[in-house]
Write a protein that binds this ligand. Structure first.
Ligand code: SF4
Length: 357
């Protein structure tokens, strides 16, 4: 089995937080899951730059006394797509971190052709508590939220599943100084919600019903004075940058999305560009080895659908009506990403490993 700790979603820091502060919970979850699937070996897989998490897990392994198959900690590439479950398997087998076509799924044909369970490290860290008392676990189910963007205090918080987004922003994030303009509950991997949807509970079914997703709960808040089309250009740029290059519909489609959104933001787009975009999005949704192109089409398409007035204003003005506030939250060097990474550092310093198995 493979415990996937190759967290790469912009704004998501919860996996690193769990691995550094609760490594024994991760190992206990690995042990339980490995027993459940009769795994012969287990690998905890991290990105190359996650040295602190690797050290915490190694230290925990040295003092753990679980009845488990051999567990190793491996670090691989740093790219976003390298964390996709089949790309992880490719890396572990010594090849380039590219997703495999599916089916077959890893549960049928995985590591070196053997059935392989691939599961996220935070999910695994929750397994011991869920197995020990399932009823109590269900009754008090929580989720770890990486709250980032235009809030007073970006940070990582554990909240009851189903807490309203507005409450999380107010109580955990100290509020949004400019008001809430857009909300991405799953970082870039979802269509954004509007400010009128801020009372939606943070849980999968409610978010799906609202046309978005929970994903990694990398909850990005964009202020009400920021230009939504600039955020759309940032979002589309992220997907274009991170397409791995294997599938032409994804590579060409994400590049087109990025081009049109940049043109829209700067006022150079035409209405006909948008018509092409929905055609391309439909094609991307059906093709590709992984969900990257499909997610790009849904996230960017959802943004354009949710903010039609801003689309219209940019087309009519042939420019950006809010030129002074055009954030690039999904850009590699964005201040929003730097702030949540800094919050992770503070949080891991404040929470020494607390397990005592
Ligand atoms: S869909 Fe995109 S990211 Fe996924 S394998 Fe194909 S080219 Fe790579």
């Amino acid at each position: 089995m493979v415990a996937n700790g190759a967290e790469g979603e912009p704004g998501s820091v919860k996996d690193r937080f769990v691995m550094v502060t609760r490594p024994l919970d991760v190992l206990a979850g690995v042990a339980t899951a490995a027993r459940a699937v009769a795994a012969r070996e287990a690998v905890i897989y991290l990105k190359g730059s996650f040295a602190e998490a690797a050290a915490a897990l190694q230290a925990a392994l040295a003092r753990a006394s679980f009845d488990v198959p051999p567990v190793t900690v491996r670090r691989g590439e740093d790219g976003y797509i390298a964390g996709e479950e089949t790309a992880v398997l490719e890396t572990l087998e010594g090849r380039r971190a590219w997703p495999r076509p599916k089916p077959p799924l890893p549960a049928a044909v995985g590591f070196h052709g053997r059935p392989t369970l691939v599961q996220n490290v935070e999910t695994l860290a929750r397994v011991p508590a869920a197995v020990a008392d399932p009823v109590a676990y269900r009754a008090r189910e929580t989720t770890l939220v990486s709250l980032w963007g235009h809030v007073r205090s970006p940070g990582i918080h554990e909240v009851p599943l189903g807490t309203s987004i507005r409450r999380i922003v107010e109580e955990q994030g100290g509020g949004a100084p400019d008001g809430i303009g857009m909300i991405f509950p799953a970082g870039p991997s979802c269509a954004p919600l509007t400010s009128s949807q801020a009372d939606v509970p943070l849980e999968p079914d409610a978010l799906r019903a609202a046309g978005s997703a929970l994903g990694t709960a990398a909850l990005l808040v964009i202020g009400a004075t920021a230009c939504p089309m600039a955020v759309g250009a940032s979002l589309a740029g992220f997907f274009a940058r991170e397409a791995c290059g294997q599938c032409p519909p994804c590579v060409v489609g994400t590049a087109n999305l990025a081009r049109v959104l940049r043109a829209l933001e700067s006022g150079e787009a035409r209405a006909s560009d948008l018509a092409h975009l929905s055609e391309a999005a439909g094609f991307m949704s059906d093709h590709g080895y992984c969900a990257h192109g499909r997610t790009a089409a849904a996230a960017v398409g959802g943004l354009l659908k949710r903010f039609p007035d801003d689309v219209g204003a940019h087309l009519a003005a042939r420019g950006c009506p809010r030129p002074a506030n055009r954030p690039d939250p999904f850009g590699p060097d964005s201040p929003e990403r730097a702030a949540i990474e800094a919050a992770l550092e503070r949080a891991t310093r404040a929470h020494a490993p607390r397990d005592a198995h």
